[in-house]
Design a protein around this ligand. Structure first.
Ligand code: NAD
Length: 354
């Protein structure tokens, strides 16, 4: 039988509870206990039958624990990750891995120094809507893609608390931007050559509660990423333009379709066409017989679950495979986010070599 690893959690809030719940039936890792600075969360952990450590030092001194999850607020991810590795633990850290790329480089040096595996919970690489879009685009269903639009939009504002405070790593770029940028950089194997970002402070002055980012890849492929907390009418989750068609995925339930060209032979009228908006030639409706529409459906073979992230982590710890979510990848994402903050501050497009 394979070894079962023992996990200690530092920071037992909402997301760590989700990890704990998800790992109940996961054979490769057993959660032993938690440390949190909030006594109520420690009491809750005890109610769940977990060990409540009185300090992080006590947790890190527990020799049975070989892996540690860092799921605190973002400003302490760096110091806690390094401390855990120095104590001999492998570390999985929540996203955003750190507040900036220099902090992440310190973690990477510690990982080398102590010989410990370090990974990041970029769990949204396994989201079905993303995989559905990616498979169809990479399968050539719409020809060569040249614009990918990725959006998540809510209308309830940001949750109160640390997400509204800059020094704790609040704001939507670090919260959701990190996922959406990671998805696209994971999909598109090219350098990012420029970044232009506009950030908004609709409700909170300290941190971005909405942003719009344009990232250009080396081939000219452009990605538009928008995260909003103030949209009462939403756009589709994915909208992709290719040379031979258009793909839309409306929502996380994977409702969507592709409309693609089956006949490029499109005879232009001699005369101008009259629409309700007046005369036009270019925008006159196309003959429907020259396109086909294909409904998309949820990819049932995809596991959209946190265990996928743990599988690659545990495989790496056991020397069975290389990590698939690496600090080097996270470093590129951090650099794109840094360029985005700079762009928003200066109102300029930033040339990058990331
Ligand atoms: N991967 C995802 O999909 C996802 C989703 C939500 C949150 N997150 C990430 O998870 C982390 C936690 O977010 P959350 O929503 O659970 O927040 P939360 O506020 O619910 O939980 C954070 C917990 O950390 C504790 N904490 C803070 N500083 C600490 C310290 N120095 N030592 C020990 N405990 C400390 C707090 O008391 C709190 O209980 C963040 O990094 C966030 O970005 C990831």
């Amino acid at each position: 039988m394979n070894k079962q690893h023992t996990l200690g959690i530092i920071g037992f809030g909402g997301m760590a509870s989700h990890h704990n719940q998800s790992l109940i039936d996961y054979e490769r890792v057993k959660v032993k206990g938690v440390f949190d600075v909030n006594i109520d969360r420690l009491k809750y952990a005890e109610e769940l039958g977990l060990v409540a450590y009185s300090s992080k030092e006590e947790l890190l001194a527990d020799e049975e624990i070989d892996i540690v999850l860092i799921a605190t607020t973002n400003e302490v991810h760096k110091e806690l990750s390094i401390e855990a590795m120095a104590a001999g633990k492998h570390v999985i850290c929540e996203k955003p891995v750190t507040l900036d790329s220099n902090e992440l480089i310190e973690i990477m040096e510690a990982s080398q120094k102590y010989g410990k595996i370090f990974t990041i919970d970029q769990n949204r690489r396994t989201n079905k809507d993303f995989i559905l879009m990616r498979r169809n685009v990479e399968g050539g269903a719409i020809g060569k893609p040249y614009v990918i639009e990725s959006r998540v939009e809510g209308s309830r504002g940001m949750p109160t608390g640390w997400r509204t405070i800059k020094e704790l790593g609040g704001g939507m770029m670090l919260d959701w931007g990190v996922h959406l940028i990671d998805q696209l950089m994971h999909m598109v194997d090219e350098k990012v050559t420029s970044v232009y970002c506009k950030m908004y402070n609709i409700e909170y002055s300290e941190v971005d509660d909405n942003f719009r980012l344009t990232m250009t890849f080396e081939s000219g492929l452009t990605a538009h990423i928008e995260v909003s907390t103030n949209n009462y009418i939403t756009h589709p989750r994915w909208y992709v333009l290719g040379t031979m068609g258009t793909l839309v995925v409306y929502d996380w339930d994977c409702n969507g379709k592709i409309v693609r060209c089956i006949d490029k032979e499109n005879k232009w009228e001699e005369e101008i066409v009259y629409t309700k908006a007046g005369p036009t030639k270019t925008m006159a409706p196309r003959n429907e017989n020259t396109t086909e529409s294909i409904d998309l459906t949820e990819p049932m073979d995809v596991v959209d679950h946190i265990s996928v992230v743990y599988d690659q982590f545990v495989d790496a710890i056991e020397g069975k495979a290389e990590l698939t979510i690496t600090p080097e990848q996270a470093l590129r994402v951090m650099k794109v986010m840094e360029a985005s903050f700079l762009s928003a501050e200066t109102n300029l497009a930033i040339e990058t070599d990331i």
